[in-house]
Ligand binder design. Structure first.
Ligand code: ADP
Length: 354
């Protein structure tokens, strides 16, 4: 089914977060009474899909939060979540929550006999440290088949589903760009400028084969992910030049390399291979009163994906505007507690002309 709006497909994880807050973590064999407990619907895939959906339209007023109701602001992109949940009682609430945020969940499989992915998160209130244990469950039951919707203009991947599923679908997304025209010359142009642009957010990071980077439109990673993909320790990365780091990916075929730098903002380098001697750009973080940085990276990726989708063709894409928008959106997220709950809507991001 084709869509009049640009389609962003997020192919990734859906995890139920069990968040327990405690003054201190229990020692081995010890039982403690927690300060509080919450259930949230997260996972990097789901969080990024929510970020795309919210950042593609203003927040619906509380009286018009149901699909189809008049007064619901129209989105500028069609966001589709692709992944898997189990057949447990969490699955339906999870999908209902995504629909409520404007995410199409038709391509989320409900796997009989499987459990939905779970993240057990213990937050030690004194130190602010998190301890997280993920049981991937249904996320890892996905097989290496093609999951990508045929009409996706932008495909967004992270690494919380099996690596072979990600790699197969990235290959498929790149190939789709080649299928549109019968002419060889035109094919080459389309492969980089029209359909199925790929955004890879390699989190959690593992070293990746060089083939992934060839023809990859956008690579977005934080500093520790960039270190792992560059084969460096955190110390080596800390003293490395970001231009050199980025050049490494540009020569391997990535078109836009973005390294998020937390409170320091973001570095990006986006040059064709023949001009990589030009330095990249560092953009300072937007001003924010930090409450909780959870989901800052996911908001960044979602916002950036919306900007890519709106441009449709890579040649019309304004990377400076996209990075600036994503940087402002992510700054709003750090001002609020929680993961998905903290992701802003379009009208909550300052300075957005819409
Ligand atoms: P991750 O959450 O994946 O580790 P980062 O910590 O690099 O990613 O943060 C992602 C983005 O969130 C940053 O590039 C920046 O735009 C925004 N951000 C993070 N921390 C702050 C902060 N303290 N103030 C303002 N923006 C922030």
């Amino acid at each position: 089914m084709s869509s009049p709006l640009p389609v962003v497909a997020v192919i990734g994880s859906l995890n139920v977060d069990f968040i327990t807050r405690t003054t201190r973590v229990p020692a081995a064999g010890e039982t403690l009474i927690a300060q509080s407990f919450d259930i949230g619907f997260g996972g990097k895939g789901s969080n990024q899909a929510v970020a795309c959906a919210r950042l593609s339209r203003p927040k619906p007023s509380s009286s018009s939060r149901h699909p189809g109701e008049t007064g619901r602001p129209s989105p500028s992109v069609d966001v589709r979540m692709v992944g898997a949940v189990g057949s447990d009682p969490f699955a339906e609430d999870f999908l209902a929550g995504l629909r409520q945020d404007g995410v199409n969940v038709d391509a989320v499989r409900r796997l009989e006999g499987q459990k939905t992915g779970i993240a057990n998160i213990i937050v030690e209130e004194g130190s602010g440290e998190n301890r997280i244990m993920v049981a991937a469950n249904a996320n890892y039951a996905l097989k290496a088949e093609t999951l990508l919707p045929v009409d996706a203009d932008v495909a967004v991947f992270q690494l919380e589903i099996p690596l072979e599923v990600v790699l197969n679908n990235i290959t498929e997304a790149k190939r789709k760009g080649l299928e549109v025209s019968p002419s060889i010359l035109f094919r080459i142009r389309l492969s980089n400028s029209h359909r199925s642009q790929v955004i890879l957010n390699p989190a959690p990071a593992v070293p990746l084969d060089a083939a992934v980077f060839k023809g990859l439109s956008h690579l977005i990673m934080n500093e520790s992910e960039a270190a792992i993909l560059s084969g460096m320790s955190d110390e080596e990365f800390g003293s490395a030049d970001l231009d050199d780091i980025a050049s490494n990916f540009l020569v391997r075929g990535v078109r836009n390399v973005i390294v998020t730098l937390g409170a320091k903002g973001v570095f990006y380098h986006t040059s064709p291979w023949y001009a990589i001697r030009k330095p990249g750009t560092t953009l300072a973080a937007a001003r924010a009163t930090v409450v909780d940085t959870t989901a800052a990276g996911d908001t960044f990726v979602g916002a950036y994906a919306v900007a890519v989708a709106k441009a449709r063709a890579l040649d019309d894409f304004d990377v400076d505007a996209a990075v600036a928008f994503a940087n402002r959106a992510a700054a709003r997220t750090v001002e609020r507690k929680g993961a998905r709950a903290a992701v802003p809507w379009l009208d909550e991001v300052d300075g957005v002309a819409e």
